[in-house]
Design a protein around this ligand. Sequence first.
Ligand SMILES: Cc1ncc(COP(=O)(O)O)c(C=O)c1O
Length: 386
Amino acid sequence: MTDVSARAQTIRPFVVMDIVARAKELEAQGRDIVRLEIGDPDFPTPEVITRAAEAAMQEGSTHYTQSLGLPDLRCALRDWYRDHYGVEVDPENVVVTQGTSPAMLLLFGALLDPGDEVIMPDPCYPAYPNYVAFLGGVPKLVPVRASEGFRYRPEEVRAAIGPRTKAVMINSPSNPTGAVLGEADLAALAAIAEETGVYIASDEIYHGLDFCGPDRTILSYTDRAFVLNGFSKAYAMTGWRLGYMIAPPDFVRPAEKIQQNFFLAANAFVQQAGVVALTQAQDDVARMRELYDERRRFLVPALEEAGLTIECPPCGAFYVFADAGHWSPDSLELSYRLLEEAGVASAPGVDFGAGGEGFLRFSYATDLARLAEGAARLKSWAQANV
Ligand SMILES: Cc1ncc(COP(=O)(O)O)c(C=O)c1O
């Protein structure tokens, strides 16, 4: 018997946060833990951005802004989409949020009625099914496989679409797999959206961290799409809480009403800093991307050398999703064992869905020396235990 709402009980814990807590406990006891579990850039936010926020605060940008966001930022995003992707975005369709996470609430809140379905890849970022279920919707998981580059099979997406399906979720570059969808994948999904009337909900938070080609937005392929994006990853601004949604026009006013009531608006001075991030921090973004790429090129063979299998090496984000099924079929237990016994923190693949079972996710938002130390510890552990 519990007084806790059924809705709150639909939320599944994000297990990696428990791993973080245990890693911190061990560190407090004096253990040295190589922290490869968390998706938070190790770089400081570029100085040009922090200075802009300081100046904005000093100049009195400390009040509520419009719920949809500062016009300057919405226009800067229009310019960014035009210059970076060659796509015309009407600033009227941009809703500025306190990170990509609240944008998910606006998106699914504006789109879903109870019983409506959202197709999403298995494995995927765990917040997606939780948001959908919390709002009374039904997450419909469609498998993506390492052997196929963790991409949807279009025919499986088509087969999963029923009368209650409202959207197909994509996330490229992907957390947890680091996989990137190519032109053909995006075009196929766009065609499915146009034929069936579902929307593509595209989480583009890892744009700016694509190592194999240019960033591709779903908006280049179809207007039946929502884009979620934010400044956390490429700009190293996780703690600032700044993101946005680009929505089809009919959904802007509904999203605005949700924002007005639930969040009011994103932080004023952070939005001003966001304009500077877009217009003056691209060199910093490129520098960080190069360093992540260097780490990626180091870590993939180092994990293979330790004994893990990487059938689909990552092309984006800052994760390696490695198959450890031959070490243990139980990724949660394995992740805890590696933490306790090898002093290496990782995220268990099952945290991202049943399709992730047997895998471990390693984040390379950590410097090369620590990555080398982590890989060496994994190798010794495997030699002794597998
Ligand atoms: C795929 C994905 N989407 C969204 C988020 C949340 O980002 P934000 O900090 O913008 O809320 C994360 C954070 O790890 C993520 O991995």
